[in-house]
Write a protein that binds this ligand. Sequence first.
Ligand code: SD4
Length: 326
Amino acid sequence: MLNRRQIIGGMAAAAAGTAFTWKQANRLMADEQKTDKRPLIISTWPFGKAGNEKALATMQNGGSTLDAVEQGIKVVEDSGNTSVGLSGRPNAAGYSQLDSCIMHGPDHQAGAVCAIEGIVHPISVARKVMEETPHVMLAGEGARWFALQHGIKSVDVQADQAKKSEFLAAKKLNSSSEAKPGSAENHDTITMLVLGPDGTISGGCSTSGLANKIPGRVGDSPIIGSGLYVDNEVGAAGATGVGENVMRYCATFLIVEFMRQGMDPTMACQKVIERIAGMDPRNKKDLAINFIALDKQGRFGAAGTDDFPHSVTYPGFSEVLTVKAT
Ligand code: SD4
């Protein structure tokens, strides 16, 4: 195999039209940087680690990258997390409306649900939307109806609403005393990206969204290109944080495009934060946005407007890593 110097020399020659093309040169660079960290799984926050480990085990037992994403995220949806699944903090009216999406690199497939109520595993519904309908996104009541038709575990919506009202009463909280929308205490999301041994990439996202949101509000998490984006030729990116500050910029689509242009995952995440901070009237710190990414070569990275802990897992390694604020 060529070494880096020979490849760069070749790229210069390509510029002069005398050697292999830029495309070939980029492919050689990518080959050189290939790692054996596969399957590779990266997810948001320390609570992603248990999900990553389930995802890895799923693949080691013969599951696909999609199975890994679904099984891994289900662990977090089941974990009593205060920002994912039905245990998530309620909206301003005291009940949960959940958002989720899934994406599979081969054939560029996607499925999503938003503002779904009383469903234990929104990620499984998103996968069913992707695999069993001609649509990409189902919302609200229709999404719940579809989930029930497909036998996805559910709870009684009235009971869930009553439980959440009790939760609010017990905490002596109401819609005005909850943390302000967008403050660090009232949000988090599981977003998970998986690179399989054969280079297949899948990703998923699940959240109860910002606490105290107006009923019907949908954030970035179920929106393809905002909360999650997968391009099987390049890589994948995922988001967590204040959705309004992600979805106005199609942030994960942009991260993947920056990786396509040659940036590594960390640099691409940082660059998007800089782009958003440069355009947005808010102070960078107040944006409260965080990103993870991996690329086809098995490199991974993250960036946030605050220090951002995220979980990385591959055979023989499973850790929470923290990047300093960008
Ligand atoms: C949302 N992005 O609904 C989600 C919430 C989140 O960290 O990720 N918080 O806006």
